[in-house]
Design a binder for this molecule. Sequence first.
Ligand SMILES: NC(=O)C1=CN([C@@H]2O[C@H](COP(=O)(O)OP(=O)(O)OC[C@H]3O[C@@H](n4cnc5c(N)ncnc54)[C@H](OP(=O)(O)O)[C@@H]3O)[C@@H](O)[C@H]2O)C=CC1
Ligand SMILES: CC(=O)C(=O)O
Ligand SMILES: [Mg+2]
Length: 754
Amino acid sequence: MEEKKNLRRQDALDYHSKGRPGKIEVVTTKETATQRDLSLAYSPGVAEPCLAIAENPEDVYKYTAKGNLVAVISNGTAVLGLGDIGPEAGKPVMEGKGLLFKIYADIDVFDIELNTKDVDEFVRTVKILEPTFGGVNLEDIKAPECFEIEDRLRKELKIPVMHDDQHGTAIISGAALLNALEIVGKNIQDAKFIVSGAGAAAISCTQMYVQLGARKENITMFDKDGVICLERTNLFGKQKDFAVPTHITMAEAIKGADVFIGLSAANVLSQDMIRSMADNPIVFAMANPTPEISYEDATAARPDIIMATGRSDYPNQVNNVLGFPFIFRGALDVRATGINEAMKMAATYALAELAKEPVPDIVNIAYNEKNLTFGRTYIIPKPMDPRLLTTVAPAVAKAAMESGLATQPIEDWEAYEQVLAKRLGQDNQLTRAIVNKAKKDPKKVVFADAESQTVLKAVQQVYDDGICEPILLGNRARIEKMIKEDRLELEGVQIIDPKADDVQPLAREFANAYYEKRKRRGVSPADAEQIMLRRTYFGAMMVETGKADCLISGLTRNYPDTVRPALQVIGRQEGIKKVSGMYILLTKKGPLFLSDTTVNFNPSVTELVEIAELTAISVESLGIKPRIALLTYSNYGTADGEDAEKMRQATAILRGKHPDWVVEGEMQAHLAFNTELVKQQYPFSDLAEEGANVLIFPNLSAANIAYNLLKEVGELEYIGPVLLGLKKPVHVLQLGSTVREIVNMVAIAVAQAQ
Ligand SMILES: NC(=O)C1=CN([C@@H]2O[C@H](COP(=O)(O)OP(=O)(O)OC[C@H]3O[C@@H](n4cnc5c(N)ncnc54)[C@H](OP(=O)(O)O)[C@@H]3O)[C@@H](O)[C@H]2O)C=CC1
Ligand SMILES: CC(=O)C(=O)O
Ligand SMILES: [Mg+2]
């Protein structure tokens, strides 16, 4: 099934407008519950830090958010490749940069859109904002004003300032270029460059390539008016630096070129131009959102190409998102007074080298790759690689210290890396990984409850995202009416009504097959025909006969009703005595897997062992090492009672059967996470260094209460219940599931079916 790469306009608009409009909010970091809290937070308590800062201005870093707060500032004159669309229209991009700063490097951002094109006014405004911020990320300001603005601010401010489109892009593309040249065995000194674009990004990137060894005489640059050449009278200073003597067209200049750098606009490069390039051409078409040539056209033109774009949906994403979060993290952490050449070079080489390291499982899973390895389609690390933070930020911090810009040097690098690792928001990483895995090999998913607005909206999303090929079960007229009412676009999606006349031959086929399975369990041929009119049975039979790969059901039914058809029609995996259910809770500390949350009221020791095994195998299939804790009210024999005893026995059996697994118990829930306490009191425990991620409960009440409490009070995102132990993926949605929860369930079902 071809992945639909184009997002729907309405989805993008809905994403931004739903709930609290926009993508960011301010949250408090201190207690605010009592009158005393408020007296400390504000008057009279707040006077104390004020006076301390007045006495020692550096204390502003100790008592306020300044040290972790970056301003993303734009005037909207060069928003992505959309051009001068103004400060308000640029705000979604600036909020987006803020979001990326947060999720990749835990940096807080205020986005600031300035209504001015005047350089003096811009500089003065940012200058007077300096007390608020630990750093300034200038964004999407057009050339040539961006150069003067950045130069002046760098000189006049004592905090790090970086124009991301210039230097972020230069660092990333510089690293990618070094690696691409190494792969094709070419020397940067001899490489012939064509640069499309002569603005902020293009000029700075080209300057970086010269610093890396490229020769100016090998570079020909173009803007909208054609080649940057000495004959032209409309060039600004930095462009003149790259001017060639006489006029030439891009089609002529690109013949025999080794590298094409696109930092201009959509579709300016043709397949013929790429065909005329030298052996093993390197093409970085980095205009956003639409590159200078599409990935498909470029790779079709030349099989020996190394192709990169700024987009996340193709290999080799060369985009400054790989830089700004980590560069600022390093600069803030040593309280650098600026971002200098040494820091930029350190980031470039750190990125280039990281691409050559073995790729961790979580990254392979996120991109559904078996083994990403340094080569033509992996020249630069992937943005979701957690090592970016722990590699690039320390490299930048070190360079700041060595080049004299750090005012608060780091002494213990190991401790620093641990602090960095803890900063990573892991709450969404697993969902991203599962969704990406699903997209790479989408499967047929049958939705038994398609006569539901929520289900249909979820179907729209999974269809658009290319997560699956949906099949809708239900009354055709009713479903079509709902699709129309909600203005959904589901043309081409199959709708099957098990009661419709034209479906009866298939329904009879299914009824016969069901009768064969159940004839010794009291089912008559007439019963089977009746049962097949029910959508959950019909859907389960579609999965059983291979007409679909997974079944999503249950939004309007109770749990046993929906599990029963799956058990009767599809059945349990070989050797499995009981199915069970797992909830995945996405916490800031990483995913937690809770079992059995769904099926078994009071599992026996043997059943607990099976539940733990099914859960662990499922966790492993997501590329995560399970660390299992069997929970109850007793810690390692401190209390007696039925539950304590059965959890103790189940732990012993699991440890004996799986000596390589981390299995601990019986224990109270807090002990599963409090490694300090475990170290002190139970130093023999396998959970003394790292807490548990798989939690096995003694009974359904405990599990159900735990996940519901965590979900509601912790406001956690979750996926579940994921049914374990069936031969094929069938998932039962809980009443009240949201679109997002359904999408996550579909993704996990598809990932399981692969
Ligand atoms: N992948 C990444 O990480 C990044 C990508 N970019 C992309 O680079 C592009 C430029 O951004 P930026 O430098 O900030 O903007 P600027 O406005 O500073 O520069 C744009 C440049 O592109 C030139 N240009 C526009 N249209 C064409 C065309 N049809 N043919 C040749 N040149 C053209 C402009 O020429 P003229 O002056 O004559 O109009 C100008 O030189 C955008 O598409 C942006 O998305 C930018 C930063 C990072
Ligand atoms: C990626 C980016 O910053 C841009 O396209 O402007
Ligand atoms: Mg930009």
